[in-house]
Design a binder for this molecule. Structure first.
Ligand code: FES
Length: 80
């Protein structure tokens, strides 16, 4: 599974760095490094909302404080 987090300037201002760091620690904590490929990408053209995050081809818009629930609801459920 590939998770891409936008690190473009608009998303950066909305806290993408915090999301990247939290995702990294969640992946490490759950021992999922072999299954999840985390990547950063510049502007994905979806700056209107929160930080743009994609899981494979699905696009989401996140606030940093939603990272943990996003991880549990969208990432972990897809791995099962
Ligand atoms: S800066 Fe993230 S989608 Fe544009």
């Amino acid at each position: 599974m590939k998770i891409t987090i936008c690190i473009g300037s608009s998303c950066h201002l909305k806290g993408s760095r915090q999301i990247v760091e939290e995702m990294q620690s969640l992946v490490a904590e759950k021992n999922l490094k072999d299954q999840i490929d985390l990547a950063g990408k510049f502007c994905m053209g979806n700056c209107q909302n929160g930080v743009c995050v994609t899981i494979d081809d699905d696009q989401f818009s996140l606030r940093p404080e939603e990272t943990k629930s996003f991880f549990e609801n969208e990432v972990l459920t897809r791995l099962q």
